[in-house]
Write a protein that binds this ligand. Structure first.
Ligand SMILES: N[C@@H](CCC(=O)N[C@@H](CS)C(=O)NCC(=O)O)C(=O)O
Length: 217
């Protein structure tokens, strides 16, 4: 196996953050775009829980996005010396809060029709409270902790993007999260984000090999 294999799904925020870490580290993978409604058996065999992303390495399988990011960080210097210990700890704490609480309320806000008795406004306001607490912790700069991209940016911005997309006019009308809005705009316009949102055809057994990052980028 020449390159690691990455099972991915373009619009999945977890897969996005894994692709960002891999792209920042310039790690070439064979990418297999997955249809979530028709997951390949090859993926389910190695990761029966059936979520993307899944990274297949020579000696192990990593099927949690944060573990993929941490693996990349352990192998490379993508975020090296950017942050002091306090900020590193704060980042990991915020990532846990966003993966847990923010994601819980985001799903119930975005897909309130899929959850019995979900109150859209309640869940939106719970997400918003978490954004306001993040707003108080971050710098007034390009990224959350300054002018350098960090683990916190790539880990939670894909979810904040989803929160915005759920109702763009409402999001834009919020006045108390200006720094977050600025960072999100920088993220959406960044070369990194545009590159990791490349379109790939859904992979199936026998498909031609395709690579991430895309060869023409
Ligand atoms: N904790 C996992 C969550 C991954 C996840 O839930 N991915 C979604 C797509 S965004 C998925 O694969 N869902 C399976 C499905 O919809 O069947 C991670 O961080 O990698």
């Amino acid at each position: 196996m020449k390159y690691p294999i990455l099972y991915s799904f373009k619009r999945c925020p977890y897969a996005m953050r894994a692709r960002m870490a891999l792209k920042l580290a310039d790690i070439t993978c064979e990418i297999r775009e997955v249809s979530l409604s028709n997951k390949p058996n090859q993926m389910l065999k190695i990761s029966p829980k059936g979520t993307v992303p899944v990274l297949v390495l020579k000696d192990k399988i990593i099927d949690e996005s944060i573990d993929i990011i941490n693996w990349v960080i352990s192998k490379t210097d993508i975020f090296k010396e950017n942050l002091d210990q306090n900020k590193l700890e704060l980042s990991d704490e915020m990532i846990c809060i966003f993966d847990d609480k923010f994601k819980y309320h985001l799903d119930r806000y975005k897909y309130s029709n899929r959850y019995k008795d979900a109150d859209l406004e309640f869940h939106r306001s719970e997400c918003k409270k978490l954004l306001v607490s993040l707003e108080h912790l971050i710098s007034n700069n390009v990224w959350f902790f300054g002018d350098k991209l960090n683990k916190l940016d790539i880990s939670i911005l894909p979810f904040i993007r989803q929160f915005k997309i759920a109702d763009i006019d409402w999001f834009d009308s919020q006045k108390d999260i200006p720094k977050i809005k600025g960072v999100l705009d920088n993220f959406l316009e960044s070369k990194l984000f545009i590159e990791i949102m490349h379109n790939y055809k859904v992979w199936e057994e026998g498909s031609d090999l395709v690579y991430f990052p895309a060869k023409n980028l």
